[in-house]
Design a protein around this ligand. Structure first.
Ligand code: CP
Length: 294
């Protein structure tokens, strides 16, 4: 069963195989399963990019889509996630793509669900397909990851993207540093070097910005937008001090004018919309890996 829950499920060789496959799809490769197959997409948290790029990927692979709506499903009557997935498996789903607010929601599913489960984001846990599309975008730019300086900036504590990326980039030979409010570095500050944003822009080949996840801050005191932007954001002034070849990534959605100046979202160094485009090819590769041997 070749589902994907966390980047740690993959060896570096498997990561490279997925990147190569995604690049082949980007270059025009096509693939479809040799029998009709159904993909069930279950999003229990809001999503635009992940949800629709999975949908486009599934359609490009010729899969039939089972669109799940939490509001009109029997989840509303109290049906558990396990019973929901078991039901979809029983009626013919071949793969389940799931986003859920609970960290590691998949742990209870894996022993008894036989179809591949692809994690489209679990709480503050992991977001492996985002991580893979970030890697593809970096690889397209720099060729490989050895010795690259990557600075992950912002709300790391709540970020499933940061966790997935810091681990895999280190394994692939990149140097990962962190930046942002000190109290938002929990879980990262023992392993990764802290730099200020002014140090980050001078050092980074890749500035990986993160969204402030207000919905996970539980009303705790935070910064005004202006203060945050000035202290921890990629301002126009800081962008001018970045290295000539360096690029800007952000998983989006973007708080324009907060973690990044509005004008920089689509600037020459920004690869933010390229990341979204690559998301389709990565998800095609992950779905193919899950379905090719069924
Ligand atoms: N980057 C990302 O996961 O975006 P969505 O929440 O819109 O899917």
């Amino acid at each position: 069963n070749k589902g994907l829950q966390a980047m740690s499920d993959l060896t570096t060789a498997e990561v490279q195989e997925l990147l190569n496959e995604a690049q082949a799809f980007a270059d025009g490769k096509t693939w479809s399963p040799d029998k009709p197959m159904f993909a069930a997409n279950l999003f229990f948290e809001p999503s635009t990019r992940t949800r629709f790029s999975f949908e486009v990927a599934e359609k490009k692979l010729g899969l039939e889509l089972l669109q799940f709506d939490g509001e009109t499903s029997s989840v509303k009557k109290g049906e558990s996630l396990y019973d929901t997935i078991k039901t979809l498996e029983s009626i013919g789903a071949d793969v389940a793509v799931i986003r859920h607010p609970e960290d590691q929601y998949y742990v209870d599913l894996l022993p008894k669900i036989n179809i591949p489960i692809i994690n489209a984001g679990d709480g503050c846990g992991q977001h492996p397909t985002q991580s893979l599309l970030d890697l593809l975008t970096i690889q397209q730019e720099f060729g490989d990851f050895e010795q690259l300086q990557v600075v992950i900036c912002g709300d790391l504590r709540h970020s499933r993207v940061a966790r997935s990326n810091a681990e895999i980039l280190t394994k692939l030979g990149a140097h990962v540093s962190i930046s942002g409010p000190r109290s938002w570095m929990n879980g990262f500050d023992h392993e990764y070097t802290y730099v200020t944003m002014d140090e980050a822009v001078k050092k980074a080949d890749v500035m990986m910005l993160l969204r402030i996840q207000h919905e996970r801050h539980d009303g705790e005191a935070t910064f005004s937008k202006e203060d945050y932007h000035e202290q921890f954001g990629l301002t126009i002034n800081r962008e001018q001090r970045m290295r000539k070849h360096s690029i800007i990534l952000h998983p989006a959605p973007v708080n324009r004018g907060v973690e990044i100046a509005d004008e920089l979202v689509e600037c020459e160094r920004s690869r933010i919309f390229k990341q979204m485009k690559n998301g389709v090819f990565i998800r095609m590769a992950v779905l193919k890996r899950a379905l090719a041997h069924i």
